[in-house]
Design a protein around this ligand. Structure first.
Ligand code: MOS
Length: 725
């Protein structure tokens, strides 16, 4: 199905199942421990072997020699597969650093060998015995140092935009801000580390893994192993979080496949937690310069945003200026992104790449600018709203209600406007309030699904869509139930298997809208097939209460299915609507903090998010997404930072003891409000992405609240206590 016209009334609009607060199907499986994650797949008839990786102890250079004699003699060891012996492997399309193979070392903890043994403990013990000698090269590991050598990447990454005469407008502005902000390297820090089991059967391999994007992994694994994609069966039905770290094939799957081939047995490989930060991906650090010029009345006349980030050669930049191209009006504007070569591990997508670090800077800048203008920060944002893409004024937004979010948020939060910093106290606590706008693009990715109607009246949906804890199983079941007029319980959903049609996968907050739209498309086709089978005109039939109805005739779906059932497949493809209309989601975050007067410790007291993201398919799962995202915002503001050893080139705090993410005790009160809206331009579901929106802007709202509490403006995240005293 091609989605190229705004959606008209369709069966989803009935909202008998969609839009309802239905608890997630997989909730009980997860809380009772019965949901099997990648590493847990277990067939009692199989003697699994266990692989333990050996990581490079240098960040850049070459492997000179490797001695595996002692490791091979260690108890229980079956095989040692080394990168030099395997030789250079082809690289998949999506991963930047080589995952395994050859003598070149591109980053610290790159896998250089995998030791396979009868037990996990034996493999781990033997891995220590692998002796590696390196020729160590000189790397660059510090963004601040490399910034001067950063270059403009090719046009495919859209590094620059310019409208009007920014320099002249900025110079002429009555009020001006010119500040630089810094965001650190961050780790996705998902609960489940990357894990895979590989089992060969002749030249075919089955891989149980933890992947957000089944087809990307399968394609890139095929390239890396140099085998036909059809020979790989990939399964990832449950995922213990991804946050971008599992978008692209990682070393665990490659090591499991090569280890299993060498051992002649199925092999399990989980990346040890201390490997995750340096062996996989992270969000790259940024340095961002923002300039805003405005008239005395608060109208922005010039807005400029430059961002620097670093990556391995061939790696992408962090698109930190994206929101600045779209969020506020202003006749003269410029954005620019520059990319430095760094020899750190691969930088890539994490939790709303682009907008998340971009808004961390922009929304402090907006707070500072409002203060310069002596304006309320909510009012300042409302005044500078735009209903069109400010870089292409003939392009409207598909739907945009930033103002509604700001107003409702201010009202529900009890926003009093900024007072004198440091003036409000509660005992030893300095109390402050802060706010920020939220913005995240609504990305559209083709998505397929297969649906089958059985003679017992059950509909089964199959798609390679993943559920990374987001609620995909549930909203997909809701979609099929609504489309076919069935109770929710009459729909079975199977996900995360490469034998199913290729879906959008989970990433960039596109999974919810795109995967359900694909299911919608398949269900439209199934409705047509049912009508045709009954000799009815599709236009005249309705699907309700488990029956197909036309005029006075009604047939139970179980009967309509016939003894063999009906199976159809379709996918949603996106036409030009997202080119003619800018598709984005909007919101507002409000936060109250207390900062200890003596120690500088910040405690969040309450948080409110208002989200405008089209139709909300399930308020429970959507709310869970948003409160999780707000919690990540607390981490980004207050604690999350991968500390770079700029001499040796690695992330020092590479575990969950040193890389601090928020816990329950850090988050006392959260409220989420969804704007009651639909966006017919976005999808037949009239929904948009919402998960990442909940994250975008939160950190700046917290930083602004800390400023309100203390009068200390910190522009270098995270806002730790040492920066406040
Ligand atoms: Mo998201 S960072 O695209 O998984």
């Amino acid at each position: 199905m091609q989605f190229d016209k705004p959606a008209t009334t369709n069966p989803i609009d009935r909202l008998t199942v969609v839009g309802r607060p239905i608890r997630r199907i997989d909730g009980e499986l997860k809380t009772s421990g019965r949901a099997k994650y990648a590493y847990e797949w277990h067939d009692p008839d199989i003697r699994y072997a266990y692989g333990y990786p050996v990581g490079s102890s240098i960040a850049k250079g070459r492997i000179k020699s490797m001695d595996t004699t002692a490791a091979k003699k260690a108890p229980g060891v079956i095989a040692v597969v080394t990168a030099p012996e395997i030789g250079e492997l082809k690289k998949g399309e999506h991963n930047i650093a080589r995952l395994f193979g050859g003598n070149e070392v591109q980053h610290y903890h790159q896998a250089v060998a995998v030791v396979v043994a009868d037990t996990f403990e034996q493999a781990r013990a033997a891995a220590v015995l692998v002796k590696v000698e390196y020729d160590e090269g000189n790397g660059v590991y510090d963004l601040a140092q490399a910034k001067g050598s950063a270059v403009k990447p090719d046009d495919s990454q859209q590094p620059d935009t310019a409208v009007g005469d920014f320099d002249a407008a900025f110079k002429a502005a009555a009020a001006r801000l010119d500040e630089t902000y810094m965001t650190p390297d961050q780790s996705q820090a998902m609960m489940e580390p990357h894990s895979s089991i590989a089992a060969w059967d002749g030249d075919e391999v089955s891989v149980w893994t933890s992947s957000q994007m089944i087809d990307w992994w399968r394609t890139d694994l095929a390239t890396t192993l140099d085998i036909d994609k059809e020979k790989i069966h990939l399964m990832s039905p449950f995922i213990g979080g991804g946050f971008g770290a599992k978008l692209f094939l990682r070393a665990d799957a490659v090591l499991a496949a090569l280890g299993a081939r060498a051992a002649g047995r199925p092999v399990k490989v989980a990346l040890p937690r201390p490997f995750v930060a340096n062996n996989t991906t992270h969000r790259p650090a940024t340095i961002q310069r923002i300039r805003i010029g405005a008239e005395r009345d608060g109208k922005i006349t010039a807005i400029g945003h430059e961002s620097w980030s670093g990556n391995l050669p061939g790696g992408p930049l962090e698109i930190a200026v994206n929101q600045t191209r779209l969020l506020y009006a202003g006749a003269s504007r410029m954005t620019a992104m520059r990319l430095a070569t760094l020899d750190l591990p691969e930088g890539n997508s994490m939790r709303a790449p682009g907008e998340a670090p971009g808004l961390m800077a922009l929304e402090i800048a907006m707070d500072e600018m409002a203060e310069k203008l002596d304006m309320d920060p909510v009012e300042f944002r409302i005044l500078n709203d735009t209903q069109v893409d400010p870089e292409n004024p003939e392009r409207p937004f598909s739907h945009r209600d930033l103002i509604g979010c700001l107003k409702l948020g201010a009202e529900r939060f009890g926003w009093k406007g900024r007072g004198t910093p440091g003036a409000r106290r509660d005992g030893n606590w300095l109390i402050g309030q802060g706010m920020a706008a939220a913005f995240r693009d609504n990305l559209l990715v083709p998505s397929g699904a297969r649906v089958r109607l059985d003679k017992d009246g059950v509909v089964t949906v199959e798609t390679d869509m993943t559920d990374i804890g987001t609620g995909s199983y549930t909203i997909i079941a809701q979609t099929a139930a609504e489309m076919l007029g069935l109770p929710f319980e009459k729909v079975a959903v199977h996900l995360g298997d490469s034998r199913f049609p290729v879906s959008s996968g989970s990433g960039g907050q596109f999974g919810g809208t795109c995967s359900t739209s694909g299911v919608y498309a398949a269900c439209v086709k199934l409705r047509e097939a049912v009508a045709k089978k009954l000799g009815l005109n599709t236009q005249d039939v309705s699907f309700e209460n488990g029956e197909v109805r036309s005029g006075s005739r009604s047939v139970p779906l179980s009967e309509a299915a016939g003894p063999d059932g009906i199976t159809v497949e379709d996918k949603i493809e996106w036409g030009k609507l997202s080119e003619t209309h800018q598709q984005s989601t909007f919101g507002a975050h409000f936060v109250e903090v207390g900062v200890d007067r003596a120690t500088g410790e910040t405690r969040i007291r309450r948080m409110l998010a208002v989200c405008a993201a089209g139709r909300i398919l399930n308020p429970i799962t959507a709310r869970s997404q948003v409160i999780g995202a707000m919690t990540m915002g607390a981490g980004a503001a207050l604690s999350e930072e991968l500390v770079v050893d700029t001499r040796r080139g690695f992330f020092v705090n590479h575990d969950l003891a040193g890389y601090e993410v928020p816990v329950h005790a850090d988050i006392p009160h959260q409220e989420v409000i969804f704007m009651d809206e639909t966006d017919p331009m976005s999808s037949p579901m009239k929904a948009k992405g919402v998960g990442e929106l909940g994250f975008c802007g939160v950190a700046a709202a917290i930083a602004n609240a800390i400023y309100d509490a203390t009068g200390v403006r910190v522009r270098d995240y995270p806002v730790t206590l040492d920066k406040l005293i």
